[in-house]
Design a protein around this ligand. Structure first.
Ligand SMILES: CC(C)(COP(=O)(O)OP(=O)(O)OC[C@H]1O[C@@H](n2cnc3c(N)ncnc32)[C@H](O)[C@@H]1OP(=O)(O)O)[C@@H](O)C(=O)NCCC(=O)NCCS
Length: 165
């Protein structure tokens, strides 16, 4: 675990920092749902990014919990836990990290911290969905002993949380 990596709850001030990290260091499709129009960080796409998090995590009735990933005091990405309607006690995890911070152990630490957050919320499982090409997520799941299985075009799996896990 890297000791310089923390998760902080998303708020409006951190959302501005998160947008900055996304625009500087990530592709839109890595960090938000597709938006019609050119693929770059257009003003419309930046607004959509803010609306996406405001509606899902900062509204009066949030549908998911979002954290900013902070490395040595700097926001570098986001991690989310979204309850699954059809699986009580299970949350879906979502993570993105800026390109310049990938491949150096931030993701592995974030995953541990995210599992701690899920455990603290009383969840029994954390669902993960990725693409076969995503070697980093596959390695992270292998490290946890979780088998990913094909589901359509994706690979899916569930990290089981127990009191002593
Ligand atoms: C997926 C992601 C969160 C992983 O975070 P990361 O900080 O890059 O991962 P780490 O450096 O902690 O590495 C985790 C494992 O993946 C492996 N790995 C990392 N990058 C890799 C790459 N490009 N190819 C192959 N393996 C890779 C590491 O070797 C490590 O494996 P190990 O534990 O067996 O040594 C990050 O790459 C990312 O944000 N990618 C873009 C968005 C995304 O794909 N999100 C997930 C959607 S499901």
């Amino acid at each position: 675990m890297r000791s310089d990596v923390t998760l902080q709850p998303l708020d409006r001030a951190r959302l501005r920092d998160l947008l900055h990290a996304a625009v500087e260091d990530a592709d839109p499709l890595e960090v938000m749902p597709p938006v019609p129009g050119p693929g770059a960080w257009t003003p419309q796409r930046r607004s959509a990014f803010l609306r996406f998090h405001e509606s899902r995590s900062l509204s009066a009735h949030p549908v998911e919990a979002t954290f900013v990933i902070v490395v040595s005091g700097r926001v570098v990405g986001a991690a989310r836990l979204c309850p699954l309607e059809d699986r009580e006690g299970t949350v879906e995890a979502g993570v993105w990290i800026g390109r310049s911070h990938r491949g150096v152990g931030v993701g592995a630490t974030v995953l541990e911290l995210l599992l701690d957050q899920a455990r603290a919320r009383g969840c029994e499982g954390v669902y993960v969905s990725t693409t076969p090409a995503n070697s980093a997520v596959r390695a992270l799941m292998t490290g946890l002993g979780v088998d990913l299985v094909p589901d359509g075009d994706e690979l899916v799996g569930c990290v089981r949380l127990t009191a002593d896990a």
